[in-house]
Design a protein around this ligand. Structure first.
Ligand SMILES: [Zn+2]
Length: 316
């Protein structure tokens, strides 16, 4: 199978922090599950995955203040952002190795993914989408804004590049929204459950195409909304890159997203966004975002297998 979509992955993505996974619904090995499933199904070979470099301090400073980065050395800050009190008792060095370092590789993966999307047309980082991290604070298990860091890096070579963030994670993407604020090079299309975290009203002002939905929104209603609202935005905003945050926390069994999407619905959703970008010739970068059931990894793998299949066929 010829691979038209670049897959970015590193074994360094896996978070190992003294059993943190027992305290947080975050599936800390989701990335590896996706990669292993893709190989097991024959959709990809081990050599198809491109490994990123770890994001450097200079990279992190593209989206964060030095004071915030310094504050992460305090385990209390780490614990607050992870919403796991036990982490406050972990040594700082252990937190850096087991949590921050994987997160820096994830940010490196989004940087590389954006570059590969612009070069080849489509890329997927099998992590990333940490959309609650702001310039001077973290939240909701998001420490570094891989999204803002990667876009800022892309702007170094192409300062006029227009980027549409299509954020279909169940949560509002308040982090990058507040980082980019009114920057006219960024368009934000955000479908989010208004009934759950973060309910960030100041950041909502920076959503260009806001679509707040209610808990329990089902597959048919969700897909109809995206099918109706996204194409005109692609046509009017005319981005040079789509960054798609494909959160699987919209899944019906997800304890945090509180929406009612079926697994099939998620596969169809991802295909729709992918096709709409591809038929317009817009480079496409997909990030995994949230997803807090053990079904997340297998659903993402199924969806990526489907994207590889649809990309072989000409658009209808
Ligand atoms: Zn989410």
């Amino acid at each position: 199978m010829a691979k038209s979509i670049a897959f970015v992955y590193s074994p360094e993505y896996t978070i190992e922090l003294g059993g943190i996974e027992r305290y947080h619904p975050f599936d800390t090995s989701k990335y590896q599950t996706v990669r292993d499933d893709l190989i097991a199904s024959g959709a990809a070979r081990a050599e198809d995955f491109v490994a990123p470099a770890e994001a450097t301090v200079d990279d992190l400073l593209l989206a964060h203040t030095r004071a915030y980065l310094n504050s992460l050395a305090d385990p209390l800050t780490t614990a607050r952002i992870a919403e796991v009190n036990e982490v406050a008792y972990f040594p700082a060095a252990m937190i850096d190795k087991g949590l921050y370092r994987p997160m820096r590789f994830a940010a490196g993966g989004t940087i590389l993914g954006a570059r590969l999307a612009l070069e080849r047309g489509a890329a997927v980082n099998l992590s990333g989408g940490f959309h609650h991290a702001k310039r001077d604070s973290g939240g909701g298990f998001c420490y570094y804004s891989d999204i803002a860091i990667a876009i800022e890096r892309a702007w170094r070579d192409r300062p006029d590049l227009k980027v549409l963030v299509v954020d279909l994670d169940a949560h509002q993407g308040n982090g990058y929204e507040s980082i980019f604020a009114d920057d006219r090079r960024i368009g934000v299309f955000d479908v989010y459950n208004r009934d759950i975290f973060p309910e960030d009203k100041p950041a909502e002002k920076f959503i260009d195409f806001p679509h707040p939905i209610r808990s329990g929104t089902d597959t048919a209603a969700y897909l109809a909304l995206v099918a109706r609202e996204l194409p005109p935005v692609l046509d009017s905003f005319r981005p040079g890159l789509v960054v798609y945050i494909a959160g699987t926390d919209v899944f019906e069994a997800d304890p945090l997203g509180k929406l009612a999407m079926s697994a099939d619905g998620i596969v169809r959703r991802d295909e729709f966004v992918f096709r709409e970008a591809r038929v317009r010739g817009v480079p496409f970068l997909m990030l995994l975002g949230g997803g807090y059931t053990t079904d997340s990894g297998p659903i993402i793998a199924r969806s990526l297998e489907n994207l590889l299949r649809v990309d072989m066929r000409p658009a209808p």
